[in-house]
Design a protein around this ligand. Structure first.
Ligand code: C5J
Length: 192
């Protein structure tokens, strides 16, 4: 089997190395994606995000079938909120904010039902889950160390939302020397 897989990408073609790549699925959490969750409570149309579930499932299935590394992230905070900056807490100007009681437990608090990953993409044993307090997956986490231990040099990044946590994570990854590939529509490709 060839190690390299050539992928049509913008602005340049991307050569994915099976030996050195990992899939990073960002924040596919119940509170963001499920009807009745925090996102919907804020007035977001969760059907827009839910369109990404099926393509991500296909991608994850292909990735697992090829025995490639997958990591998942969850955005959330300690139950005592000691890792929640005031600026983040008040940023939404919402009556209900992070740490308050929400429709699926305390909002974006670790261990609460809404904070967990949706059943459709639930991590399997051996797939690291990174709990992150920020938008970027590298900030205040051990993601970089885990990737280094596994020899990862390339990241394929999907998840929600493209313009916030995916975007922030990709910029952080670039600064740490990873080559990144972001999937259009969060995973329309059936590779590798
Ligand atoms: C946001 C995220 N949008 N996962 N989180 O706050 O993009």
């Amino acid at each position: 089997m060839r190690d390299a897989i050539d992928i049509v990408a913008e602005p340049y073609a991307f050569t994915l190395s099976r030996k050195h790549c990992a899939l990073l699925i960002i924040d596919m959490q119940r509170d963001f994606l499920e009807p009745g969750g925090f996102g919907e409570m804020l007035g977001n149309d969760v059907s827009q995000l839910r369109r990404t579930i099926e393509p991500n499932q296909r991608l994850l299935t292909a990735w697992r079938a090829n025995d490639l590394l997958t990591l998942h992230t969850r955005e959330g905070h300690r139950p005592d909120l000691s890792d929640l900056p005031l600026a983040k807490k008040i940023r939404g100007r919402s009556e209900t904010c992070i740490g308050d009681a929400g429709p699926m437990g305390r909002i974006l608090v670790r261990g609460e039902p809404g904070h967990d990953i949706i059943a459709e993409l639930y991590p399997e044993l051996g797939e690291p889950v990174i709990d992150k307090p920020g938008k970027g997956a590298f900030y205040a986490t051990d993601l970089h160390a885990i990737l280094q231990h596994r020899g990862v040099k390339q990241l394929v990044v999907t998840g929600v939302t493209t313009e916030v946590c995916v975007n922030t994570t990709v910029r952080e990854a670039n600064d740490r020397g990873y080559e990144c590939l972001v999937l259009e529509d969060c995973g329309v490709y059936d590779f590798p």
